[in-house]
Design a protein around this ligand. Structure first.
Ligand code: AZC
Length: 800
């Protein structure tokens, strides 16, 4: 049955009455939103059930993507789009005097992640469903999402994100699928009459893991997959038991908070317990499902693939071994063979602090049986390779070393595939970071360049651009973004270029209004919107961006008539609460913004805006309005980046170092349509090898750099002498870890090129068009297709 506007309006009013006994005039937007949410879930629930049944009946091989973070953002509009009822609903609501946008804003952002890693996991969920692949998510249902960021006197303040206070419309609590996760106690191995060793647990405690399932709708294809998030609950009986444990409070609140570190510098028991919790719960539920298929345990790899997203779920390897060996009585060798065929692992960073290591004593305390199994995997690993590789290599690659458990080693040894997230990153894994493992398992290493869910980042967030595209190249790009290439046939079509420019202008007006409302700063859409949005981290070099702003400001102060294109520099970034350097950079940017925005002598040529509480929904407003996409990490440090892809899709010009996926963007658009600057990865490594980087020399010898760096400590920027000193020291005293000074001049030159190019509207328009045209390269539909073919070996489902 086709779903008409008339059907919709009737159903909507009926549901509103049923649920709230209200008519439209009396209902609040929140009530209307909830009514719409219910209507939407009812539209896909049948397909959700069928998708599950199809998988089961066909014993279809499925992948389970284990990720400690998911960042879906709001789901209302994306569900409407995927179900093919967006326009009908929007128009129907309009008839009823309701704005879809207003209702959508009532949905809290589902912010169960820190940044790139979590957002990628959500793009993958969307794409898996959209290409009809049997793919499930497995994660944690944090009661509090990533903190809400506020600025007080320019400082970041963190507030709790109580996203569950308003009902989550999309989840279904499945009590019947709850499992127990065991923590602590002691384990003894007892020999059974058949000579097998069985573990006997003494003491410890169990925590109930309750799954909450969320339907992941595919784009116009009737597929609805599942993202399963686990919540910890403690039974009354266990609560009494808990009195004996000093860490009782922690365990009761196991799934309350998401760790707001994007590199887990602080290995804490709580975090480890969270990891074991969602690993064990997820693995047990997969095991229970597999048993219903009635297939031999030794063939699990034919029906199940498990993906370890970064090291946090690495214990999947040991937990599956535990289930096979302890629960099913399988021989170790057989169990190991199946386990490695089931598991695969993605590395997301070369920053060493993010490669988790845990004290052996801690793992022993939190999950003693898992520790024993890890010890046995480690022992056998050494045994297997002794005499084949030299002893030192084996020592360096062991899982347990110097009383620490190396989670990346566990993930690599226990998987059949190890991948990086962009070509350069995957190469660096082979040649530097995981070089030793590459010598042992060369066949396991491969690259899967990241991608983005292009529907969210174009159709949903940029309807104006989307309509322009429809007008000139038809609508096929909406399903297959490769068709964006059709734009290239029109690169000399002035009318099209004009329409694209108009769409951009309107999007800039929308962002300008947001800025006015939230920052009380007036910005002109005629200026260049130059944007850097990502977590605040020294290696991403927001500091270099700030230094360039200071340079321009000083230049303008000296010469108010300087001919520069007016610019608005826009930032969005959260800093980990304990990351002092990052917080100082925020303070400095805010103080610089204050200074620059209120200095009439520069005639409004520069504006600086730091938007609070950057998250997925804010990104949807910011990215369509960008002219310039700042991707300025020190080469080799950013594994891939994904905002770079979103900006490109929205027609921004990338200003970048040759790092992560920037290199692939450059290859796609050509050298003329991107601004590249700075050291290459090889040059960075040369400095490391020769240990001859000298920031102080650069500072002493380059007057421009000297002047800008001094601004941090000479009172140019008011109210931040402490932070200014800290940043000054990081550059000069501590030798500028991320080579900001070395790249600064070349960055300024690239910025000048941007300034010049923007003046030529036609040239800029063509560059922008070329970027959009090639953005199809970075669709996560394609990325997960490659994962499915090469790693998970799963195929699209048969249609019900
Ligand atoms: C990020 C990488 O820094 C980023 O370059 C990449 O695009 C993204 O993963 C997705 O692959 N890493 C993280 O977010 N890491 C953590 C631990 O949060």
């Amino acid at each position: 049955m086709t779903f008409t506007k008339k059907n919709f309006k009737e159903e909507f009013e009926e549901r509103l009455q049923e649920r709230f006994a209200l008519s439209i005039e009396d209902a609040s937007n929140k009530e209307l939103y909830e009514t719409l949410g219910k209507l939407v879930t009812s539209h896909y629930s049948r397909n959700w059930k069928h998708t599950r049944q199809d998988y089961l009946e066909e014993k279809q091989k499925q992948v389970y993507y284990f990720s400690i973070e998911f960042l879906p953002g709001r789901m209302l509009k994306s569900n409407l789009l995927n179900l093919g009822i967006y326009d009908t609903v929007e128009e129907g609501l309009k008839d009823l005097g309701i704005s879809l946008d207003d209702l959508a804003k009532k949905e809290p952002d589902m912010a169960l992640g820190n940044g790139g890693l979590g957002r990628l996991a959500s793009c993958f969920m969307d794409s898996l469903a959209s290409i009809g692949m049997p793919g499930n998510g497995n994660g944690i249902r944090y009661e509090y999402g990533l903190f809400k960021q506020k600025f007080v006197d320019g400082y970041q303040v963190e507030l709790p994100d109580e996203w569950l206070n308003s009902r989550n419309m999309w989840e279904v609590r499945r009590e019947s699928k709850a499992v127990d996760v065991h923590f602590g106690g002691k384990v003894y191995l007892i020999e059974t009459p058949t000579g097998q060793l069985k573990p006997m647990y003494k003491g410890g405690y169990s925590i109930k893991a309750i799954p909450y399932d969320t339907g992941m709708t595919g784009f116009e294809n009737d597929t609805v997959n599942t993202m399963r998030l686990w919540s910890a609950e403690v039974t009354e009986e266990e609560k009494a038991n808990f009195q004996h444990f000093e860490n009782r409070q922690e365990l009761q609140n196991l799934t309350s908070v998401l760790y707001p570190d994007d590199s887990n510098e602080h290995g804490r028991r709580f975090r480890l317990s969270q990891e074991y919790f969602f690993v064990s719960a997820g693995m047990q539920s997969i095991f229970n499902y597999y048993k219903t298929l009635d297939l031999p345990m030794t063939e699990m790899n034919k029906a199940i693939a498990i993906h370890i997203n970064d090291t946090h779920p690495a214990m999947c390897v040991a937990e599956l071994m535990r289930l096979f060996v302890d629960e099913e009585g399988m021989a170790w060798e057989k169990a190991w063979d199946v386990t490695t065929k089931v598991m695969s692992y993605t590395n997301h960073t070369i920053m060493s602090e993010a490669l988790e290591k845990w004290q052996t004593s801690l793992i022993k305390e939190v999950c003693p049986r898992i520790f024993q199994i890890i010890e046995e995997i480690d022992r056998r690993y050494v045994e297997e390779w002794q005499g084949v590789f030299d002893d030192e290599l084996i020592k360096r690659t062991r899982i347990i070393r110097h009383d620490q458990v190396h989670m990346a080693h566990l993930a690599i040894i226990g998987s059949h595939s190890v991948n990086g997230v962009a070509k350069l990153h995957s190469d660096l894994l082979k040649s530097v970071v995981l070089k030793d493992f590459y010598a042992i398992y060369p066949e396991r290493f491969n690259n899967k360049t990241n991608g983005i869910a292009q529907r969210r980042w174009s159709q949903l967030s940029n309807p104006l651009l989307s309509k322009t595209l429809d007008k000139y190249i038809g609508k096929t790009w909406r399903k297959d973004t490769g068709d964006l290439r059709l734009l290239l046939n029109h690169e000399n079509n002035d009318k099209l270029l004009n329409d694209l420019a108009n769409a951009k202008y309107e999007n800039k007006k929308r962002l300008a209004a947001y800025i006015k409302e939230h920052n009380q700063v007036e910005v002109s859409p005629d200026a260049i919107f130059d944007i850097q949005i990502k977590r605040l981290h020294a290696y991403k070099r927001q500091l270099m961006n700030l230094m360039h702003i200071i340079k321009l400001y000083l230049d303008l102060k000296e010469n108010p008539d300087l001919d520069i294109t007016p610019r608005v520099f826009i930032f969005g970034a959260k800093a980990a609460p304990s990351y002092h350097f990052a917080k100082s950079v925020i303070k400095l940017i805010n103080e610089t913004a204050n200074l620059v925005n209120n200095d009439d002598s520069i005639q409004g040529k520069l504006k600086v805006v730091f938007l609070e509480n950057y998250n997925v929904s804010l990104a949807e407003i910011i990215i369509p309005a960008a002219d310039v996409s700042e991707q300025i990490s020190l080469a080799s440090k950013e594994a891939s980046g994904t905002s770079n892809m979103k900006f490109m899709l929205n027609g921004a010009i990338t200003l970048a170092t040759l790092d992560g996926a920037n290199i692939e963007i450059k290859d796609a658009v050509g050298d003329d349509n991107i601004a590249i600057f700075g050291l290459t990865e090889a040059e960075v490594y040369r400095y490391y090898n020769e240990q001859n980087y000298n920031a102080s020399d650069i500072y002493q010898n380059n007057p421009i750099i000297h002047r800008v760096v001094n601004a941090f400590v000479d009172g140019t920027i008011p109210n931040c002498s402490m932070e200014g000193q800290q940043i000054f020291d990081s550059l000069i005293k501590y030798n500028d870890e991320f080579f900001v000074l070395r790249d600064f001049i070349s960055y300024c030159e690239a910025q000048e090129w941007i300034d010049e190019s923007y003046k030529d509207k036609k040239k800029w328009g063509k560059m922008s068009l070329t970027n959009i045209a090639h953005a199809g390269h970075f669709s996560s539909d394609d990325t997960v297709r490659k994962y499915s073919e090469d790693i998970w070996r799963i195929a699209p489902i048969r249609k019900h």
